[in-house]
Design a protein around this ligand. Sequence first.
Ligand code: UD1
Ligand code: UDP
Length: 357
Amino acid sequence: MKILTVVGARPQFIKAAVVSRELRKTHNEVLVHTGQHYDYNMSEVFFEELDIPKPDYNLGISGGTHGKMTGEMLIAIEEVLIKEKPDAVLIYGDTNSTMAGAIAAVKLHIPVVHVEAGNRLGTLNNPEEVNRIITDHVSTLRLCCTHSAMEFLKKENLSKNSFVVGDPMYDAFKYYSLKVKDDMPEELIGLDGEKIDMPTEFYYMTCHREENAGSDKPLREILKAADSLDAPCIYPVHPRNKVKVKCITEEENYKNLIICQPVGYLMSVYLVNHSKKIITDSGGLQREAFFGGKQCVTIFDYVVWPETMVGNRNQLSKPDAKEIIEKLNCKQIITDDNPFGDGKSAVKILDCINKYV
Ligand code: UD1
Ligand code: UDP
């Protein structure tokens, strides 16, 4: 079977790394990178570190409004699909690249396989929610990470050809945690390219959502919380909010905040496994905190991964310094069960493709 995979953003490279490795054992894969993420440390580093094959196509589409970006991707993906004539299109998650891949394929009557199907917030004010709903409704096969995602699909009458396979982010985290081990990386790279020594004890923070990092007030509150912890807080900054973060830090003179460029996946896995606790607004990082047994505060209004919220392991917070610190100081209770599967979701994804496409 010829499968055409569409990726474009950082979290999709990680998922594709584990699934493509399995897929290429028995199928022919054509890999399309939309270009949505394009800086070395947002894209190429993942291909290098995770041994992802070089994309067959890089469409070079990024930035602009959601409509413009998605529209340009739709046009370019359609051209590739007409040329390659794949038996199915494989897409991940909820980015603009995901939705563009789904729409381009369904219009050409090519089966769409959506990995990470079914998650819902319950609001159309979030761009990823729009992408999720549209993608799920045009997909031929919907593969969920968790049972709660499957329940949402049932409510939308989408249970046919929908299955729980586990989370490829867990496959990746398990596999690469063994590779990374405990060897401490020597340094981080600052926003101006300067080298920063790694502290031995630290918190790990990522924050890139428009709601938190797009304007001054929430971002200042989040940075204030990160600066007032009992150990340094490492914050690799997504390029979308680099300018704003630099501006604020120049004014505020933080003492305990380590601001750096985005790190590669292996470093990120190290930071999760060796941090005291985690602050984030990332869908991926809040699950990785759970996988690594690290307590997490998610700065967001909606629960995306309800399974992570048990025993205070992950709590929502407003972008408010006092609330973030209060939530970080709650005691967490860890139980053994893992609702994200057994680390073999890639095999299950392949089984479903072989059976249902
Ligand atoms: C996108 C996804 C989001 C995901 C995130 C992962 C959508 C709607 N959102 O958000 O779900 O959590 O990726 O990180 O698809 N930029 C650079 N260099 C890069 C990448 C981006 O400078 O390598 C700039 C872009 O030019 C753009 C801004 O950052 O102006 C935002 O990038 P974009 O891909 O639109 O959205 P993300 O916030 O990354
Ligand atoms: N990540 C990384 N380097 C960083 C920040 C994040 O490798 O500097 C990894 C991390 O594993 C995270 C994943 O990228 O789970 C997804 O990234 P992001 O938070 O951008 O996307 P989301 O999961 O919110 O869609």
